[in-house]
Write a protein that binds this ligand. Sequence first.
Ligand code: UDP
Ligand code: MG
Length: 323
Amino acid sequence: MKEVSSAVSARPILSLVAPVYNEEETVAAFVERVTGVLEGLGATYEIVLVNDGSRDQSLQVMRELQAHNPHIRIVDFSRNFGHQIAISAGLDYARGQAVVIIDSDLQDPPEVIEELVQKWRSGAEVVYAQRRNRSGETRFKLLTADAFYRIMRRITSVDIPHNTGDFRLLDRKVVNALIEMREHHRFMRGLSAWVGYRQEAVQYDRHERFAGTTKYPLRKMVRFSVDAITSFSTIPLQLATTFGFFLAGISLLGIVVAIVLRILIHAVVGQASTLILVLFMGGIQLIFLGILGEYLGRIYDEVRARPLYLVREVISSDDEPSG
Ligand code: UDP
Ligand code: MG
């Protein structure tokens, strides 16, 4: 166990927020490495670990670490609420003047925090870490990620920087703004771009996971993208109108063609084409119903206004309230 300074402040300058979900093999190494970096910054700090309903020994490992390190606070969720919610909870509980969000799997190298803090000290209010390369990720992931950012840029009005994750530093002003936003389907990097303020980038190389596997299978990635798009754009809804006009135009043309063919060569448009058209229209209509459903479901989730997450316990060496 590395020696840590004992000066623990209830109002630290820097808060580190890390979501933890089944990271028993990683979390100790993670805390060790971030501690090394944070101790070198010459600022008071805290480490907020949000246990997102881990099913392995992560919580026990964290408790053990916390017992020896008064900088650590553990926010223990009642179950798994998801990465973005875990980050949001971290922001709720962080008390620092600046908050760094970082993954606990060591894919975001803690050494970059130094640069993030430097930029913050020289006036930036959001400092996002931008990946120079992404080692250890499949071509498929890179391609889909690229397509995703392109679509986002085209159909939303927020400019979400390419190749950024949630690894970033947020000034207290920004954190307070984000805390105000209680939407359930959260896309944090979108929200932190939406708020504005002085945004700056720091380049870094993304590493491979320290241990374990990704907790983001394809299914979750798709959900994540749909959440991102629907929370920043209503263009998919308007697509139905555009498409409707387009198809109406084409069918008008079709009518004219059919009449002309009938008069000129007595041709009758066949059964097969009728069937194809009916199926095609059915398909289009179901797709747009589905899109409507996506938005409707989200409205329903918001209207119910359930809490974003539930906390079983906050494990901390002081009992200062959050905020
Ligand atoms: N994570 C979480 N809840 C989840 C899934 C992931 O808190 O439901 C955490 C996980 O422990 C990690 C971070 O979110 O610290 C990023 O997850 P992961 O590394 O699996 O995603 P990837 O880097 O592969 O996109
Ligand atoms: Mg990861």
